[in-house]
Design a protein around this ligand. Structure first.
Ligand code: SAM
Length: 163
């Protein structure tokens, strides 16, 4: 498969998983968390598919399209490992109905290690029944795997729920 096809399939999988998660999370009160602002593509999409929800965003830098920059009071700026403890203190354990983690870089092993390192704190931020969509596997106590939407190849994207 060409790199272009692989990229397109990854984005299709991402969009399908986000749509499925938004629908599953509809009945769960709580905020939305986005780990990995990047150029703001998925943040912008979350604003569209989660109307009325507060969205908090995490990244070490702001390099997004000007239309896709979160308000300063909804942005945790810094390394995830530094901002997660502050987020837990400020937002509270169990506060998130829907979490999207999109942290991948070109270094697959480093991305996987980072996802595993932050998974327990991400899990702690999630409400019971809350939905996690991620670009890496995120093993953590309290997180159970969810089936992927039709057409999403296993391993391309990941979904879990807080038990
Ligand atoms: N979701 C974004 C979009 O659709 O435009 C793309 C996110 S990009 C794949 C990954 C982002 O994660 C980058 O903006 C990078 O700065 C951020 N990131 C990676 N590791 C991080 C870390 N340890 N702490 C904070 N941000 C990190």
């Amino acid at each position: 498969m060409s790199r272009l096809d692989s990229f397109i399939r990854r984005l299709e999988a991402q969009r399908n998983c986000l749509a499925d998660a938004a629908s599953r999370a509809k009945a769960i009160p709580g905020i939305v968390l986005e780990f990995g602002l990047g150029n703001g593509r998925t943040y912008d999409h979350l604003r569209e598919i989660c109307p009325g929800r507060e969205i908090y965003v995490f990244d070490r830098q702001v390099a997004a399209h000007p239309d896709c920059i979160p308000p300063a009071d909804h942005l945790f700026l810094g390394d995830f490992t530094d901002t997660l403890p502050a987020a837990l203190a400020r937002l509270g354990a169990g506060s998130a109905a829907f979490v999207h983690v999109d942290l991948g870089s070109g270094d697959a092993a480093a991305s996987q290690a980072l996802a595993s390192a932050i998974a327990p704190q991400v899990s702690a931020l999630m409400a019971p029944g809350g939905i996690l969509v991620s670009d890496q596997p995120m093993p953590a106590p309290g997180l159970g795997t969810l089936p992927l939407p039709d057409g999403v190849k296993p391993g391309r994207y990941f979904m879990a729920t807080r038990q």
